[in-house]
Ligand binder design. Structure first.
Ligand code: HEC
Ligand code: HEC
Ligand code: HEC
Ligand code: HEC
Ligand code: HEC
Length: 217
């Protein structure tokens, strides 16, 4: 009886099935991993701004405190962005003709705020509040990285739910003394109070920080 499928055709069929299997595996892998990639989480990429503002120059270089520009970070949910006159306290005296600062001067002249592009952004269904984190010993750098080293600002940390929960499950080891909240290069060392001492100092606890309703209300 003549074979309908030759051994060669069998081999070709196996090869085709293997290729199809690999293709499916690759597609599933892509579908699974792509949303959490740095690219899709917009992490590690400089965001285009109307003025190329440098935290490196202003914070690390000139030593300006975060709160000079993000004035409400200790008192409200939003950190707040600097109004144009905050820039002009200096730039009406220095670099007054710089082309780079043209949008800042225009903003003042036309009484129209500078529209900064968002770097960090959570979906609307997540509730977040700066003031409680600052009050309870969480440093800016825990969520924003070393902003004072950035010539142009980018999102340094993927702000996934997993990231928030990692700390909420056990905040102690990630809390810092009050004096170090704004210091982006601070690291825990032998002189740092223990996690238990910091938890007690800041009165953290008394509720389950991983409850869905803490962040989704
Ligand atoms: C526990 C994490 C966390 C800490 C600590 C933190 N931030 Fe934020 N920050 C965020 C998140 C999340 C957003 C985005 C909020 C949103 O989309 O509603 C944000 C947004 C911002 C913004 C944009 C404006 C705004 O309020 O939405 C600025 C500016 C900012 N943070 C500055 C700071 C400074 C300065 C500190 C330290 C004093 C700090 N942040 C500490 C998580 C944090
Ligand atoms: C406390 C004073 C001060 C404040 C406030 C200030 N600047 Fe500056 N800025 C400077 C100085 C000084 C330089 C020159 C830095 C250098 O070249 O080392 C500068 C430089 C710049 C430059 C040129 C590029 C660079 O980084 O060297 C830009 C753009 C700029 N500032 C934008 C702003 C904006 C926007 C604001 C408000 C959000 C602001 N500055 C607030 C003092 C200030
Ligand atoms: C002289 C003013 C000034 C100071 C001081 C300053 N910032 Fe900013 N910050 C800005 C401006 C202007 C922007 C918007 C442009 C940009 O993203 O670079 C900004 C943006 C940011 C953002 C991104 C906001 C967003 O859209 O999500 C973060 C986070 C931030 N700053 C954190 C800090 C931290 C932390 C410090 C202190 C270590 C600090 N800033 C000090 C002026 C300042
Ligand atoms: C490094 C540690 C740390 C990280 C990261 C962190 N948190 Fe928190 N969070 C805390 C601490 C500490 C508290 C205060 C707990 C207390 O009051 O006992 C808190 C409290 C909160 C509260 C309660 C606010 C209120 O007024 O009831 C919310 C909401 C919250 N965090 C949201 C977030 C979100 C969203 C993220 C991720 C973008 C995040 N947190 C990341 C440590 C952290
Ligand atoms: C500490 C804050 C926090 C707590 C507690 C929390 N979430 Fe979230 N959740 C987030 C953040 C932040 C995001 C947005 C992540 C992003 O941008 O992709 C999120 C996103 C989600 C999403 C959208 C899909 C996804 O995974 O991105 C779902 C569904 C969700 N959370 C369910 C829950 C449930 C159920 C609980 C309780 C078991 C819970 N969350 C507790 C912070 C929290």
């Amino acid at each position: 009886m003549a074979a309908i499928f030759t051994p060669a055709a069998n081999g070709a069929m196996r090869g085709a099935l293997l290729a199809l299997g690999l293709l499916i595996a690759a597609l599933v892998g892509f579908w699974w991993l792509w949303p959490s990639s740095l690219y899709m989480r917009k992490t590690g990429f400089v965001i285009e701004q109307p003025v190329p503002f440098s935290h490196q120059h202003h914070v690390a270089g000139l030593g300006i405190d975060c709160r000079f520009c993000h004035a409400t970070v200790e008192t409200s949910a939003d950190a707040g962005m600097p109004p144009t006159y905050t820039c002009m306290t200096c730039h009406s005296q220095i670099w007054t003709n710089a082309k780079l600062l043209e949008p800042v001067r225009l903003s003042l002249a036309e009484n129209r705020p500078i529209v900064w592009s968002r770097v960090t952004n959570l979906p609307d269904y997540v509730y977040f509040n700066h003031s409680i984190h600052i009050a309870k010993g969480v440093g800016c750098a825990s969520c924003h990285g070393a902003v004072d080293q950035m010539p142009l600002t980018y999102k340094a940390v993927k702000l996934t739910m997993q990231f928030c929960l990692n700390c909420h499950r056990n905040p102690g080891p990630q809390l810092r003394p009050k004096s170090e909240i704004f210091n982006t290069s601070w690291r825990r060392d032998a002189s740092t109070p223990s996690p238990q001492q910091l938890i007690a100092f800041y009165h953290v606890g008394g509720r389950n920080l991983t409850d869905c309703s803490i962040c989704h209300r």
